[in-house]
Design a protein around this ligand. Structure first.
Ligand code: DX5
Ligand code: ZN
Length: 217
């Protein structure tokens, strides 16, 4: 089974973003995960559109943009224009999720929905066929470097069944506390994309760490 790796730039050295992005470009990573936090939907503020534009100027891998913001519809076009290839919104932040997903697709981006740890995958029953990505949060969103929530394995299996039952093409992404300790279990449960922040950027050799994650099978 193929696994896609998305290093999370939130854990990078923000004073050396160009260098960090070049490292990802030269690595076996598939995407660059970019966390947008508004201090309202989550208790932290990360970065906005200008920083995503700056990242996109150097990135050779598609930007996987994770919007942890309220009213994401207001900013979809801005993030698309800044260079986002994937736009993932939170189920918990959308009143009219179907409309939001259609808006993302009409911009030409892959459309993703992220679920907080407390949100059941059954809430996606009516929309799963339209999704390109489902991001299961394996920590409560807002901060990097938190511990992986173990009930995620079961959630991945439930989601895999839902995807199969409806012939959806959605990829399963896992975000939060991913490391070599849980990567294989997640792949076996049915995950397709692993986001990894601290595990990659706090390691001695981030490029080798990405290679190791990519090599699990
Ligand atoms: C958490 C973010 C994650 C975070 C992952 O709110 O959505 O993408 O950057 O970082 P680690 O891998 O350190 O948990
Ligand atoms: Zn994220």
């Amino acid at each position: 089974m193929k696994i896609y790796i998305a290093p999370s730039i939130l854990a990078a050295d923000f004073a050396n973003l160009e260098k960090e992005i070049k490292m990802i470009n030269d690595s076996e990573a598939d995407y660059i995960h970019v966390d947008i936090m508004d201090g309202v939907f989550v208790p932290n503020i990360s970065m906005g559109v200008p920083v995503v534009e700056a990242i996109a100027r150097h990135a050779k891998k598609p930007l996987d943009v994770h919007l942890m913001i309220v009213e994401p519809d207001r900013y979809l076009e801005n993030f698309k224009n800044a260079g986002a290839a994937h736009l993932t919104v939170h189920l918990e932040a959308c009143q009219h999720l179907d409309r939001t997903i259609q808006a993302i697709k009409s911009l030409g981006c892959k459309a993703g929905v992220a679920l907080n740890p407390h949100s059941p995958v059954s809430q996606l029953e009516e929309i799963i066929a339209a999704l390109d990505i489902v991001c299961l949060m394996s920590v409560n969103p807002g901060f990097g470097g938190q511990s992986f929530i173990k009930s995620t394995y079961d959630k991945v299996k439930k989601l895999k069944n839902l995807i199969a039952s409806q012939g959806s093409m959605a990829k399963i992404e896992i975000d939060g506390g991913v490391s070599l300790e849980n990567a294989k279990g997640l792949l076996d449960a049915g995950a397709d994309i692993l986001v990894a922040g601290n595990f990659v950027f706090s390691s001695k050799n981030p490029k080798t760490t990405i290679k190791k994650l990519k090599s699990i099978s």
